[in-house]
Design a protein around this ligand. Sequence first.
Ligand SMILES: Nc1ncnc2c1ncn2[C@@H]1O[C@H](COP(=O)(O)OP(=O)(O)OP(=O)(O)O)[C@@H](O)[C@H]1O
Ligand SMILES: [Mg+2]
Length: 222
Amino acid sequence: MILAMRKAGKEYITDGSRVAALRDVSLEAAAGEMIAVVGRSGCGKSTLLHLAGAMDFPTSGTVAIDGEITSDLADAALTRLRREKVGFVFQSFQLLNTLSVVENVELPLLLAGMSRTRDMAVERLSWVEMDPYASRMPWQLSGGQQQRVAIARALVASPPLLLADEPTGNLDNATGDTILALLRRIANERGAAVLMATHNQEAAAIADRIVLLRDGAVAGID
Ligand SMILES: Nc1ncnc2c1ncn2[C@@H]1O[C@H](COP(=O)(O)OP(=O)(O)OP(=O)(O)O)[C@@H](O)[C@H]1O
Ligand SMILES: [Mg+2]
């Protein structure tokens, strides 16, 4: 199992009062599977994704990525886990505007100290059909094209787990649908487990499972 959440909970304490952002969420994702997390604003979708990506830790229960329990790991092991096992895609793309398209995709590899990274970056761009745009700047691209570059960047280290927080939230419906189809293809062809928070109606048709959150708890799995 790529991702295994067992009764994962997350409580925040603000101004002395407790907020349960996530309650006893149990969820598994296998290779090649695409799971959509849905629910109204504030139900805990982003919190769930942050726990699933070891960007944050549960205050109860456990989260395991490829068999490793995130809250058991020391800093160096966590850095390696995030770098090798998890790709993250954001609603707002978050490309660096001072770097070209291919440099954006290459950056995670350079930060990891790898050499001869250009070929890998160009190959990932070809996965999302953006290799002809390798030398453009991000601000010279449409929103949908920027998101495809961001997906290539998330996939550059071939992580088994791809997390996406409302990846179509800043795009028009038609463009959003092509991004969902692309994520579906990444799951099918590259074997990644894809977990995404979304409000897109197409998600229901395209995902293997829909997890409905209500007040931080799983209210239904379809
Ligand atoms: N750092 C934090 N400190 C305190 N409370 C937080 C924090 N982050 C999130 N919360 C609370 O946790 C709950 C879940 O938030 P979360 O961001 O996961 O919701 P969401 O489903 O992603 O919402 P949206 O659809 O608006 O993005 C909310 O009640 C929110 O106010
Ligand atoms: Mg959110």
